[in-house]
Design a protein around this ligand. Sequence first.
Ligand code: HPA
Length: 271
Amino acid sequence: MDQYEMVRRAVRSVREQTDFVPEVAIVLGSGLGALADFVKTPVVIPSESIEGYPKSTVSGHAGRLVFGTLAGKKVAVQQGRIHYYEGYDMSEVVLPVRLLCALGAKTVILTNAAGGINKTFRPGDFMEITGQIAQFVPSPLRGANDDTFGTRFPDMSEVYSGRLRAILEEAAEEVKAPLRKGVYLQAGGPNYESPEEINAFRVLGADAVGMSTAVEAIAARHMGREVMGVSLITNMAAGIDKPLSHEKVKAAADRAGEKFVSLIERVIAKI
Ligand code: HPA
């Protein structure tokens, strides 16, 4: 079965449970799952009840979709992201975001925990993703194309919407969140990068590195959706500061959780 038929089946599974039509889809990164607790009148759909939905295997990632309202907008939150390093194909990694788009979301907010490559960044900073480098991982569009989803060769000259970037900047100022700007590079993981790789990525123009997001942005843009991306810099990337661990990344995400929630809520109110 092709990847797009898988999405149609997933849509059918959800439609057997709810007729909710989200305006905004939000994908939550490592340790940022608390945002889902702020969704009002939530309808929770466990990922196991959705045909073909990959199982998340990472600690700190509960697999479920939460539909409801946030800051007065109808949202669908993906809690528990699927990562390439778990062993899934990219088409499976992006199934959840495609599903949320197919359910009606016109705007997609992608969030992640990332390592800071830009030496002026500090752990605890947020980063507005201005652009991305995705060539170190396979494209989620590989394989037969389905023109009802999008064109074979989609343009990627503005992956992250200028309109949404302006909204993010305004929102960050209002909630006094420390917002930086930069280019996100998706690495394959699960190992963190070597210092040599980080130096190479810096030369290529990357400001932050993570193991998600860029392929989801490609899938959403393929479907013509407007995309916003925000990273939480949980640590400085390898070789800059101290050795890395998933525990440290999660702890840093927890510390920034409250600010993150208020930032995203303010963004959604303005969309
Ligand atoms: N590298 C890759 N992914 C990450 C990092 C990092 O330093 N921090 C959080 N996610």
